[in-house]
Write a protein that binds this ligand. Structure first.
Ligand SMILES: O=C(CO)COP(=O)(O)O
Length: 261
C-alpha cells in the first residue's frame, strides 16, 4: 500500500521580504484553518528567501503552525571562507525541514553542475535536512532526447556515491514549463515521474522508491493541480508564481475539496 503524504510546496524565489513573509504565512494559516485543512492528509511547505527564515520560524513556533519550511539553496560546505554561502547546519538550526537543491534557476544562472548538486544533496543529509532535488529538461533537451532522459540522468548524478541519503523529495520541473504559463500535461508529467521512480528503485530498492514523494512543478495553479494529483506517481507540487497569491496557493493546498474527496 502506498502511504506517501502529498506535499504542496511554495517556492517563493526572490519574492517577499521578512515582513511580507510574516503577513503571508499568517494569512495562509488563517485561510487553511478556516477551511479546516487536514495537515496530516496534505503537507504544506514554503521556501522563503534566507532572510525571511527566522521570521517564519518565530511565527510557526509561536502559533504552533503545521506549515513546514526550508531554504531555497545551501552550501556544499559546512563552514569557513565561503562568502555568501549558507550552511545546511544554519538552516536546520532555524527549524528548516527541507532544502531545495538544483533548481533550474540555480543550475542556469549560477552554473550549478550535477556534481555540485550531488555535494549539496550530501550536505543536506549531513545537516538533517530533506533535500528536494529539482530535475527537469529544457525544450532543447526535450526535442533532442525526449522528456525523461535529462531528469533521470540528473537524479542518477545526484545520488551517485550518496549512500547516506535515505530520504529525499524529487521535484520534476520541466524548464520550459517554469513561469511560462504552459504546464506539462498530467500524462507527460506522469511519464517522467514514473521513469524517475523506476530509476530510484533500480538505485535504492523498491522500499525507498515507494516511499519517496515526487512533485510536479511548472505553471501549477489551482485550475490544473487536480489533474496532476490524479496521476499515480505524482505526490504533490512545487509551485512558484501561484504560491505568492494566497487564494491560489490555499486552493492548491486544498485541492481535495475540488474533487470532493
Ligand atoms: O520553478 C518553479 C517552482 O520551483 C515553478 O515556477 P512557476 O510555478 O512560477 O512556473
Amino acid at each position: 500500500m502506498v502511504t506517501r503524504t502529498p506535499l504542496m510546496a511554495g517556492n517563493w524565489k526572490m519574492n517577499f521580504d521578512h515582513l511580507q513573509s510574516i503577513a503571508f504565512v499568517q494569512k495562509l494559516a488563517w485561510t487553511l484553518k478556516d477551511g479546516k485543512h487536514d495537515f496530516g492528509a496534505v503537507e504544506v511547505a514554503v521556501f522563503p528567501p534566507f532572510t525571511d527564515l527566522r521570521s517564519v520560524q518565530t511565527l510557526v513556533d509561536a502559533d504552533k503552525l503545521k506549515i513546514a519550511y526550508g531554504g531555497q539553496d545551501l552550501s556544499p560546505h559546512e563552514s569557513g571562507a565561503y562568502t555568501g554561502d549558507i550552511s545546511g547546519r544554519f538552516l536546520s538550526a532555524l527549524g528548516c525541514r527541507y532544502v531545495l537543491v538544483g533548481h533550474s534557476e540555480r543550475r542556469t544562472l549560477h552554473g550549478e553542475t550535477d556534481e555540485i548538486c550531488r555535494d549539496k544533496v550530501a550536505a543536506a543529509a549531513r545537516s538533517g535536512l530533506v533535500p528536494v532535488l529539482c530535475v527537469g529538461e529544457t525544450s532543447e533537451d526535450l526535442e533532442a532526447h525526449g522528456a525523461a532522459a535529462v531528469p533521470v540522468s540528473q537524479l542518477r548524478a545526484a545520488l551517485e556515491g550518496n549512500d547516506a541519503v535515505t530520504e529525499l523529495v524529487i521535484a520534476y520541473e520541466p524548464v520550459w514549463a517554469i513561469g511560462s504559463g504552459e504546464a506539462a500535461t498530467p500524462e507527460q508529467a506522469q511519464t517522467v515521474c514514473r521513469a524517475l521512480r523506476e530509476t530510484l528503485a533500480e538505485l535504492r530498492g523498491d522500499d525507498m522508491a515507494g516511499d519517496t514523494r515526487l512533485l510536479y512543478g511548472g505553471s501549477v495553479k489551482a485550475s490544473n493541480v487536480v489533474g496532476f494529483m490524479r496521476e499515480p506517481d505524482i505526490d504533490g507540487a512545487l509551485i512558484g508564481g501561484a504560491s505568492l497569491k494566497i487564494d491560489e496557493f490555499s486552493a492548491i493546498v486544498r485541492y481535495r475539496q475540488h474533487v470532493g474527496s
